[in-house]
Design a protein around this ligand. Structure first.
Ligand SMILES: *[C@@H]1O[C@H](CO)[C@@H](O)[C@H](O)[C@H]1NC(C)=O
Ligand SMILES: *[C@@H]1O[C@H](CO)[C@@H](O)[C@H](O)[C@H]1NC(C)=O
Ligand SMILES: *[C@@H]1O[C@H](CO)[C@@H](O)[C@H](O)[C@H]1NC(C)=O
Length: 434
């Protein structure tokens, strides 16, 4: 719940200004797990000590980035940006939620599948992952070790799909050489379920190679779209997060979210470049058709700007069309109800915390309409280092309906609206009424 402080100023006894300032901390999101440094579920103390002694596990190099929830598992991915990452795809059994706030990560589906070995049998680096309602887990392995100028492409990009009921990998598909280019960096995936489990497509955003790769589960083939809307905005590459100022000016298409099904099994794929204050969209009817890669320029559309300080990396949309996204410059989670026009006036903040939500890195909605958020201080990790005496990584959860209650994103079934919500939301987190 947001606390509101109301300031009233009189001038000349005529003009009345009321500023309603939202003073927020994470009082909606419940912190369920938190860590100063990650740890893994080794079979015993000897194995853990051995891994540390041989530098297969260097605790302070491990940064969690992606999450996903399926039944009683919370998945957590850890990219191999530095040495000493023992496993990139992991989970926490949800039963541990009562037992400990700092559970160790368990490799998924097992240690072997995560141990550096041959490219086909083990995962190198996994970012964001997606579980679908056919009980499959979609995992794109970038095949890389390192980050930025230390990147080595030690294995090809490959999409791995696991059967969550048997924990077996049921598919591995290497992206074609034509799907990628020398700058390719893919850290997000969206999964589009159509008429049935066979009729499924995955969309993968190429942030630094500026493309959108489509994979058809049924036909086991992929293709690549290019578009000017995948590019960064040269005026939006400056960031201030966690006390640091830095420039990420080359970062293009990044966060992806899919609308609910519309008629004819069509959805809208929303996407946002990272160095940008805009969102764009395209129909999945276009993306699903491989012959449209060369002739779909006008099918992509642009939405109005969100306003300043609104860089986002991760986004998700609920089955009733509520989009949530991380506002990384504001240590906050934003929302948009897609029944309203996109833009600054219809974007709300559902929670904000200047300590706990420094760099929210992923956001997901589970089958019970709970929202799950990971925050990881990523920019501090990359640019300055973390203080391992402090809590750095957190997982939060809250029911979606509670998060958006009394926000501008709450569905307006009953127009019994709070007076202030009908007025201008000025993106400095204030409602201004004159
Ligand atoms: C790699 O980038 C970092 C900063 O991002 C810089 O400090 C370092 O000198 C670069 N190394 C090389 C070999 O270019
Ligand atoms: C999908 O295609 C790949 C080649 O890229 C092949 O290795 C794999 O066996 C195919 N899988 C299925 C289920 O057809
Ligand atoms: C795919 O696009 C081509 C070219 O625009 C069009 O002729 C064809 O009908 C489309 N296929 C489907 C299934 O919509």
């Amino acid at each position: 719940m947001q606390r509101r402080q109301i300031y009233i100023y009189y001038s000349f006894g005529v003009l009345l200004l009321i500023f309603v300032k939202n003073v927020v901390c994470t009082i909606q999101l419940k912190e369920v797990f938190s860590w100063s440094t990650l740890d893994y579920a080794y079979a015993n103390k000897y194995e853990r000590d051995y891994a540390i002694a041989t530098r297969q596990f260097i605790p302070e190099n491990n940064l969690p980035v992606g999450i996903e929830i399926w039944k009683d598992k919370v998945f957590v991915t850890v990219p191999r940006w530095r040495e000493g990452i023992p496993s990139t795809l992991n989970y926490i059994p949800l039963q541990q939620i009562e037992a400990t706030k700092t559970p160790p990560l368990t490799p998924y589906p097992n240690w072997n599948a995560n141990t550096l070995g041959n490219c086909e049998s083990s995962l190198r680096t996994v970012y964001r992952i997606k579980a679908d309602s056919c009980d499959r887990l979609w995992v794109l392995d970038t095949g890389t070790l390192g980050i930025g100028n230390t990147t080595q492409n030690s294995c090809p990009y490959a999409l791995n799909v696991f059967d969550l009921k048997t924990n077996e990998r049921i598919r591995r598909y290497q992206l074609r050489p034509e799907d990628i280019n020398p700058n390719t960096f893919i850290a997000n995936i969206a999964v589009d379920l159509g008429r049935n489990c066979e009729d499924t497509f995955a969309y993968m955003s190429d942030e630094l190679g500026y493309g959108l790769i489509v994979y058809s589960w049924q036909d086991n083939i992929s293709w690549r779209f290019s578009h000017g809307y995948f590019m960064p905005d040269p005026l939006a590459g400056d960031f201030n997060i966690g006390g640091l100022n830095f420039q990420w000016s080359e970062e293009g298409i990044f966060g992806l979210s899919l609308s609910p099904l519309r008629s004819n099994f069509e959805r809208i794929l929303y996407f946002s470049p990272l160095a940008s204050y805009r969102a764009f969209g395209v129909s999945t009817n276009v993306l699903r058709n491989s012959s449209r890669t060369g002739d779909s320029y006008h099918d992509f559309f642009v939405l109005p700007k969100r306003g300043p300080n609104s860089h986002i990396t991760a986004q998700v949309m609920s089955e009733d069309g509520i989009q949530l996204f991380n506002l990384i410059d504001r240590n906050a989670i934003g929302c948009w109800n897609s029944a309203t026009v996109y833009g600054a006036t219809n974007i709300g903040i559902v929670d904000k915390d200047d300590i706990g939500l420094i760099f929210p890195s992923d956001i997901k909605i589970d089958n019970h309409r709970n929202v799950w958020i990971m925050s990881d201080r990523m920019s501090n990790f990359l640019l300055a280092g973390l203080d391992h005496g402090d809590i750095n990584f957190r997982i939060f959860v809250a029911p979606l309906n509670d998060l958006i209650r009394n926000s501008i994103c709450e569905p307006k079934t009953h127009q019994n609206l709070n007076y202030f919500q009908t007025n201008l939301f000025d993106f400095n987190n204030r409602y201004v009424i004159i």
